[in-house]
Design a protein around this ligand. Structure first.
Ligand code: G3P
Ligand code: MG
Length: 240
C-alpha cells in the first residue's frame, strides 16, 4: 500500500452521485480514485447490501429498516437516479484490480458473512480488489472479523480518540485508525504514527482543509468529492 497521501472516495463519489451506488463508485474510479469506501448492512435473508443507514428513508424511496427486508424487496427500490442498492459482491467486482476497498462493517452481524464472501471470492480465483481494508465503529464486528479473516488490514472508526480505541488498535494490530476530522491534531497524528499505524480523517471535502491536514502529516482522508482531488493523489499530490 502506498505511503503517499490517501484519498478515499467516501460512499463513492457521493458528493455528486447517489451515495453507495454502483454509479457513485464507477464515477469515483473514472475520476482516478484508487480507494473506495462503502458501508455494509445485512438484509433479512442475510444478503450483504451496500447502504449507510439502518433505515431506507434517507437514501431510497423505501421505508423502514433494512434488516427486516428481503433482498428481492430491497432491489426494487430506487437508491437515486434509478440506481439499485448494490450488493457488496457487485462493488467488489467493479473495483477488482482497480482500487483498494474499505468495507465498513456498519450493520450488526456483518463480520461473518463479509469474511465468508472474501474467502469464497479468493477460492473461486476471482480478481481481488487491490486490497481490502475492513473497518468498523463496533468492537464486536471488528474483533470477530479479525478472527475470521486473519491478515486482512483493519481499522477502528470513532468520533474521537480514546484509551479504549487505542487498546483495541493494539490488540488487533490495526493498519489504521479512522477519526472524525475535528478531533484530529498535529500531536495526535504524530502519536498514532509513532505506534506504526496510519491516521485517516472523515469527511474532508474542502481543499484548504485537506491541505492543512496533509501539512500536519495526516496519512489520508475520506472525501465525498474524490474527483476534486484527482491527479493530486500519490507523488504528484505531495509534489504540488
Ligand atoms: O469510515 C469512515 C466514515 O465512513 C465513517 O462514518 O457515517 O460516513 O460511515 P460514516
Ligand atoms: Mg462509512
Amino acid at each position: 500500500m502506498t505511503d503517499d497521501f490517501i484519498i478515499i472516495a467516501h460512499r463513492g463519489a457521493s458528493g455528486e452521485y447517489p451515495e453507495n451506488t454502483l454509479l457513485a463508485f464507477r464515477q469515483a474510479l473514472e475520476a482516478g480514485a484508487t480507494w473506495l469506501e462503502l458501508d455494509v448492512q445485512l438484509s433479512a435473508d442475510s444478503a450483504l447490501v451496500v447502504i449507510h443507514d439502518e433505515t431506507l428513508e434517507r437514501t431510497t424511496d423505501g421505508r423502514g429498516a433494512v434488516a427486516v427486508k428481503a433482498l428481492a424487496e430491497l432491489r426494487q427500490l430506487d437508491a437515486g437516479r434509478g440506481e439499485k442498492i448494490p450488493l457488496l459482491s457487485e462493488v467488489l467486482e467493479l473495483a477488482a484490480g482497480r482500487a483498494t476497498v474499505n468495507i465498513e462493517l456498519k450493520g450488526a452481524g456483518t463480520a461473518e458473512p463479509v469474511a465468508q464472501l472474501l474467502g469464497q471470492r479468493k477460492s473461486a480465483g476471482l480478481i481481488p480488489a487491490d486490497r481490502i481494508l475492513a473497518s468498523s465503529l463496533y468492537e464486536r464486528e471488528l474483533t470477530l472479523f479479525a478472527r475470521l479473516a486473519p491478515g486482512t488490514p483493519l481499522a477502528p472508526v470513532a468520533e474521537q480518540d480514546s484509551p479504549a480505541l487505542r487498546r483495541l488498535a493494539e490488540e488487533l494490530n490495526v493498519w489504521s485508525i479512522h477519526l472524525e476530522k475535528s478531533s484530529i491534531s498535529r500531536e495526535l497524528i504524530a502519536e498514532v504514527q509513532r505506534t506504526g499505524r496510519k491516521l485517516l480523517a472523515y469527511t474532508v471535502n474542502a481543499t484548504d482543509e485537506l491541505e492543512r491536514l496533509r501539512d500536519w502529516g495526516l496519512d489520508g482522508v475520506f472525501s465525498d468529492f474524490p474527483e476534486r482531488f484527482s491527479g493530486k493523489q500519490g507523488a504528484s499530490f505531495r509534489g504540488g
